[in-house]
Write a protein that binds this ligand. Sequence first.
Ligand SMILES: *[C@@H]1O[C@H](CO)[C@@H](O)[C@H](O)[C@H]1NC(C)=O
Ligand SMILES: *[C@@H]1O[C@H](CO)[C@@H](O)[C@H](O)[C@H]1NC(C)=O
Ligand SMILES: *[C@@H]1O[C@H](CO)[C@@H](O)[C@H](O)[C@H]1NC(C)=O
Length: 598
Amino acid sequence: MHSRKGSYGYSLYRSKVQVRWFGSALIVSVTLLLFLRTEFTFWILPRPPRFPSSQTSCPTSPPYPSIIPPPHGRFSWRNVTQHYPVKTFAELPASRKKKLPQVQFDFEQGEPPLYHELMRKRRQAAVKTTFERSWKAYKEHAWKQDELLPISGGSKTTFGGWGATLVDGLDTLWVMGLRDEFHQAVQAVTEIDFAPGDGELNMFETTIRYLGGLLAAYDLTDCKDSRLLEKAMELGDMIYMSFDTPTRMPITRWSAKKAAAGEEQSAAAQGIIAELASFSLEFTRLSQLTGDMRYYDAVKRVTVVLAAQQNSTKIPGLWPVGINVQKPDLTRDNLFSLGTMADSAYEYLGKTYQLLQSTGAATSQYANMYTSAMDAVIAHLLFRPKTPDNADILMPAALRIDTHGTITLDHTAQHLVCFAGGMLALGSKLLGNASHLDYGRKVTDACIWSYMHAPNGIMPEVFRMTPCPTHESCEYDEETSQRQQFPGFERVIDARYMLRPEAIESLFYMYRITGERRYQDVAWSMFEAIERRTRTGLANAAIRDVTLKSELELEDSMESFWMAETLKYFYLIFSEPELLSLDEWVFNTEAHPFRLST
Ligand SMILES: *[C@@H]1O[C@H](CO)[C@@H](O)[C@H](O)[C@H]1NC(C)=O
Ligand SMILES: *[C@@H]1O[C@H](CO)[C@@H](O)[C@H](O)[C@H]1NC(C)=O
Ligand SMILES: *[C@@H]1O[C@H](CO)[C@@H](O)[C@H](O)[C@H]1NC(C)=O
């Protein structure tokens, strides 16, 4: 055996011929290198990073042989021995590319009026200014920390301490054209070490914020800045270790330290559906980019379980919020929802179908699961709230079913559930069901309604509404009015606004899919209300109670999704529709765009 270094060494007793040969080889390679550099420096900085040096754009099919991360001095999760290693890996569907239906509205027809273009650009610039201000504050006060405290100027660790805001916000820098900031941020990202640390990690958040952020930034550089893929692989290898259980179901709250020490951990007996079922987009993209099938294999195993049990739950088509990941048994619990703790499990079905875009059973499985789930959502979860203006809107509820099979709806609206409008609209195009666009529109309109009629123009986190008996119009009578805290809002349960993105997310989808400019106008009112009410001396902060008439009290908190999602979607709804077109990109649940390989 000889060391790696040894294999590059050469004999001290070289002949003159060898020296000459070596010299000319050197000249040729230096010339070649210079040539490549000049051609590509225009594109991306330090070239050539270590691998894959020949890559000039994103791969259209998974690299073969697969890309292996170059040696580095940091902790390597690849080297940790697994207890339950996989013997054969499922492969990405290799069958023919499937041409998906067009998602975006045909914006070519009809130039927008000039005044509209001017207004759009002014609004977009305002969003960018807000972003730049928040980023500057993060850089000055909390650089490489997870979160900035936007009032006190301190910082806090919330998601592993690897700089959640830095990684989450990376791709927004690129999207907004802040290239110098982007390159500076990528440099900082290269210094992250995903070595095992103390505490329990939320693998769902780690995946959607960090891995999603790295993959999207890499995709945005058109796969030229390989430092980002290296980082994504380092992190992907860590996340992959959390699937090391007898059933290969993931440990969603996971101790890296225990894993590194070889200690076994088990998957949750009392887990959450969103945390089990929201790896598929990130891991599929990671396999597409590296050719390493371990990641795709890991999510495929989860998908098989989801599919097998989807029709055996108490509401066939839907999975309950609470599940046993260890067994795995997803059929016992009786609470169903599209909101918190469930949301992205559904969102990722249609989106993974879009990302795979191939013919074949493995891909259509995602489409079938999505269709079954949405049929159940439409049949059971949507309700029409009673509003003074008799608005034609639909809000997703939570559902409980008792042991006798009696269904009770909990007519509680959540800001988090507002993503569903966009999901339904996207799904309607991908799978060709026009009625879903209608549902998507009404769900989006319910969130718009909540913003426009809340006391300060901002929707609260959680509140109860009063249901109409059916989806048809119903009377807003005196009795209803008496019962409600504010017209339309029966009772506000959690009055915070945490700088969340879900409402603007759905507006963005509706605008890009229907081309209706009213969504831009509503987005602008929302942006103005949010910016005015959340602005601090440094950046923007969560609001404690959006229902107060007096001065609103702020919380010293700015989650990383403010710059990763909320401001990105506000920016994109005012951008030219070709920027991150929904026909070329798919967004993960943290607003990180992945390139659809075509
Ligand atoms: C991982 O293992 C490989 C091969 O055994 C070794 O060359 C490398 O140095 C190890 N890396 C780390 C960071 O431990
Ligand atoms: C579940 O039921 C639906 C509707 O009956 C059906 O279309 C779907 O194929 C079933 N799914 C599975 C995995 O059997
Ligand atoms: C469209 O979706 C609705 C509601 O989910 C469903 O009832 C209907 O069968 C679907 N139509 C088609 C053509 O698939």
